[in-house]
Ligand binder design. Structure first.
Ligand code: PRP
Length: 217
């Protein structure tokens, strides 16, 4: 039987570049995607019957849940925040960083004493789960869309829940990691129906990727 196309949704930016490098190592290439300045949104590898498209990170789990993409590559932060009905099948081992509670050193006391503080974050679900379910601390969560480190500096919140990679954004703004919420990295996610219908192809893809990922560890 002729294979149908397997469709991949890749989170735009650094992750997409790394993902394509990883795919090249297992013999999956997409020349079309390398063309500079292209305004195309979807790229096809006719021979392998694969399609790739780039989407905003938080939209990747949505495309995968609805089956518009069979497979998605996206950060663990986005998977946790979006909480979609999808299978997370593989840690790709790149894009490593941490989700942390950060703030000025003076805020450490407030966390310790379970004060009712304000927490700013681009990840309100992760922040809520951490404070309510893990720490049993009642806090007010304020959703922001970027430059989260500003919040404690200008007095919008006492602390933030945000991604820390090198730590330089914190350092340059006089903030510290106060608590670690969880480690993060790029993950592969799969649509639940595709996992059944295309089991052979997807299982092969996962095992090929595992070989490369483990080699790079
Ligand atoms: C992310 C994150 C931190 C920063 C952490 O922001 O929200 O601000 O990177 O990296 P570092 O520890 O290496 O300094 P991003 O640049 O994605 O932009 P945003 O502030 O708009 O979310």
């Amino acid at each position: 039987m002729e294979n149908r196309y397997l469709t991949f949704a890749l989170g735009k930016g650094r992750l997409a570049k790394k993902t394509l490098e990883l795919f090249e190592e297992i013999g999956i290439t997409c020349e079309e995607m390398k063309e500079k300045d292209t305004r195309k949104l979807i790229f096809v590898n006719e021979e392998l019957k694969l399609r790739f498209f780039l989407a905003k990170g938080p939209d990747v789990p949505t495309y995968v849940e609805y089956g518009a993409a069979d497979i998605g590559i996206v950060g663990a932060d986005t998977i946790l925040e979006e909480a979609r009905n999808i299978y997370e099948v593989l840690d790709l081992g790149f894009g490593k960083c941490r989700m942390c509670v950060c703030g000025p050193e003076s805020a450490r006391e407030l966390l310790l004493h379970h004060e009712q503080i304000r927490v700013a974050s681009k990840y309100p679900r992760i922040a809520k789960d951490y404070f309510y379910n893990k720490k049993h601390q009642t806090v007010e969560i304020i959703k922001l869309n970027g430059s989260i480190e500003l919040a404690p500096i200008v007095g919008l919140s006492e602390v933030i829940v945000d991604i820390v990679e090198t730590g330089s954004t914190l350092r340059e703004n006089g903030l510290q990691v106060l608590e670690e919420v969880c480690p993060l990295s790029a993950r592969m996610v799969v649509n639940q129906v595709s996992m059944k219908m295309e089991n052979e192809r997807i299982t092969k893809l996962i095992s090929d990727l595992k070989t490369v990922v483990n080699k790079e560890k």
